[in-house]
Structure formats: structure tokens, C-alpha cells
Design a protein around this ligand. Structure first.
Ligand code: NAP
Length: 303
């Protein structure tokens, strides 16, 4: 029976660590980290999720705020607002919730956010830096996936990792982060012939497709670490992942549930990215590694 990787517990430890750090940082730098989340329109599916990001920030001491804009705002007006936030020295992180209304060019809007305030890690320059292996803000979900794998304490280095899905927000960046951890990475997508043959190679299997039960037990190598990124509502209105969880539990060594797996880590990593941006703004020679030392200790339960 697989060990369940509890994303809620891992995320809670990370958030608590940040919560403990913030008063110390405020004392040292005279202000708290700040985050502005911009939501355009009233997409009800998005609203709860967006508010959760802001609420989570506030609950741990980040000065988080929501800027809710009408869906008929023009792209030019939105770009002006982003520009003002870019110039504001008291704003550390800016997140523009996607998708944007059809009359806007998402790429242009995402690239309007200052690179060093781009807490989503979607700016072209951050994506380029990620692939170049230079300093970047890495996107939240892939960063969270790496944290979840690390909770197993099984070294990633040398393992075969299969990533199913090649989107810009999950599949591609997580493949690069796994490569940075010295995994041997294989990427699968909708054109992959014989998906099962590929997934059976995986010591670490990341599935980010958005199709219920695309991965069944017979496609999993015994003992593998399975990270289910999928997050869709099935015909019964139930939130489901991409992996047949019950079946997979019989074969996998470790597995993330949906809900309660990757989702909580995505928000925890947004908080981390806000902290990293804050540290880079308050000090030229920021030592972000100290923050990560604390997070690592929190993950493994050390003091
Ligand atoms: P996406 O942009 O729709 O990409 C889906 C990927 O799946 C594509 O690369 C596609 O291949 C591939 N695919 C589709 N059918 C396939 C098949 N039969 N076999 C193999 N690959 C197939 O999706 P996304 O934005 O990455 O999101 C994926 C899932 O993760 C969604 O359910 C989303 O809601 C969820 N998600 C969760 C979080 C979280 O925080 N929990 C964050 C982000 C996303 P092609 O490229 O060939 O089309």
C-alpha cells in the first residue's frame, strides 16, 4: 500500500516557517513582504482560488491584497496599473490571475510584470533564466512538486522521471527542475505512442494532463513516486486528479491525493516566491538560502 504524501501537512509546515520569519524580517527591514493579486472579471471558478491566495498570505503575515477589476477594463488600462505596481517600492510580488478575458493578450500582460516581482514565474525572462540555469523565480506548481518529492527522502538524483503533459505552467518547468536535481527526464504528451510503456519506466511519475484516470495501476512501476497534478471536476461534480488513486495505491510507493496533494503546495510556493522577491528588494545581497534551510528543516520535522 502506497504512502500518501499529504500536501496539506507539508504546506502547513512551510507556511508556519514563513509566519515565524515575518516578524523577524519586519523588525530587520521595517516592513513586511507584500503581494498584490490582480483578478480581472468575475470568473466564479477562479474567484475562490484567488481569494484563497490572498487569505493565505494574510494568515501568515504577508501584506496581501486583491485588486478586483471589471472584465471590460482595457488591456492598456491593465498595463498602466501593472506599471504603477512595478514602480511601487512597497510592492514585492504581483500576480495576474489567468486566464484573462479574450480581448487581452496574456503574454503581453504577463511580460509587463517586473521580472523581480513576477511571483508566478511566468515572465519570459524568468522562463529563460530557468532554462539557462541562472537565478530565476520558478513557477509555483513545479516548485511545489519538487518539495513533495523531497518529503519522501528518496534521492531524485539518478532516478528516471516521467512527466506526462508539457504545458508551460507545469510539464515543461517541472521537467527542468527535475533535470536540475539530476533526474533522467522523459516527457510524454498527447502524441506519445504507447504511454504505458513510457510510464512504466518511471521511478518518479508526474502527471499533469487534466483527464480523469489517464493513469491506471498497470501503468505504474511498483514502488514509484506518483505526483498527480490533475485537478478537474468529473461528470459527478467531484474534484479528481489524473491518476486512478485507489488502483495506484496498490502499486506505487508514494502518491499524492487529489485534493490535498499538489494544490496546497502551489499556494505555499506562491508565499515562498513572495518572500524571495521581498528579500531581493530589501537587500542587494539577499541570502535566500537561509529561508530555504528553514523550509527544509520544517519539511523534515527538524528544529
Ligand atoms: P494543459 O495546458 O491542458 O496541458 C495538458 C497536457 O496534457 C498537454 O501537454 C497535452 O499534450 C497532454 N495530454 C493531453 N492528452 C494526453 C494524453 N492522452 N496522453 C498524454 N498526454 C496528454 O494543462 P495544464 O495547465 O498543465 O494542467 C494539467 C492539469 O493540472 C489540469 O487538470 C490542471 O487543472 C491541473 N493543474 C493543477 C495545479 C495545482 O496547483 N494543483 C496547477 C496547474 C495545473 P499536448 O501538448 O500534446 O497537447
Amino acid at each position: 500500500m502506497a504512502n500518501i504524501i499529504n500536501g496539506k501537512t507539508v504546506a502547513a509546515k512551510i507556511k508556519n516557517t514563513i509566519k515565524e520569519q515575518i516578524p523577524l524580517l519586519e523588525h530587520q527591514y521595517g516592513r513586511r513582504p507584500s503581494l498584490c493579486v490582480i483578478m480581472v472579471g468575475n470568473d466564479s471558478a477562479n474567484q475562490g482560488y484567488v481569494r484563497n491566495k490572498v487569505q493565505t498570505g494574510l494568515s501568515i503575515g504577508i501584506d496581501a491584497r486583491l485588486m478586483a477589476l471589471e472584465d471590460n477594463i482595457s488591456e492598456a488600462e491593465l498595463l498602466k496599473i501593472i506599471h504603477v505596481l512595478n514602480e511601487d517600492p512597497l510592492i514585492d510580488g504581483i500576480l495576474v490571475q489567468l486566464p484573462l478575458p479574450a480581448h487581452m493578450n496574456e503574454e503581453r500582460v504577463v511580460d509587463a510584470v517586473a521580472k523581480n516581482k513576477d511571483v508566478d514565474g511566468f515572465h519570459t525572462l524568468n522562463v529563460g533564466a530557468l532554462w539557462q540555469g541562472t537565478h530565476c523565480i520558478a513557477p509555483c506548481t513545479p516548485k511545489g512538486i519538487i518539495q513533495l518529492i523531497k518529503t519522501t527522502e528518496i534521492p531524485i538524483s539518478g532516478k528516471t522521471a516521467v512527466v506526462v503533459g508539457r504545458s508551460n505552467i507545469v510539464g515543461k518547468p517541472v521537467a527542468k527542475l527535475l533535470l536540475d536535481e539530476n533526474a533522467t527526464v522523459i516527457m510524454a504528451h498527447s502524441y506519445t505512442e504507447d504511454l504505458k510503456k513510457i510510464t512504466l519506466l518511471a521511478d518518479i511519475l508526474i502527471v499533469a494532463v487534466g483527464k480523469e484516470k489517464i493513469i491506471t495501476a498497470d501503468m505504474i512501476k511498483p514502488g514509484a513516486i506518483v505526483i498527480d497534478v490533475g485537478n478537474t471536476y468529473n461528470t459527478e461534480g467531484k474534484l479528481v486528479g489524473d491518476v486512478d488513486f485507489e488502483g495506484a495505491c496498490e502499486v506505487a510507493g508514494y502518491i499524492t491525493p487529489v485534493p490535498g496533494g499538489v494544490g496546497p503546495l502551489t499556494i505555499a510556493m506562491l508565499m515562498i516566491n513572495t518572500m524571495e522577491c521581498f528579500l531581493s528588494h530589501v537587500e542587494a545581497n539577499t541570502d535566500v538560502s537561509k529561508l530555504w534551510d528553514n523550509i527544509t528543516n520544517a519539511r523534515s520535522g527538524k528544529d
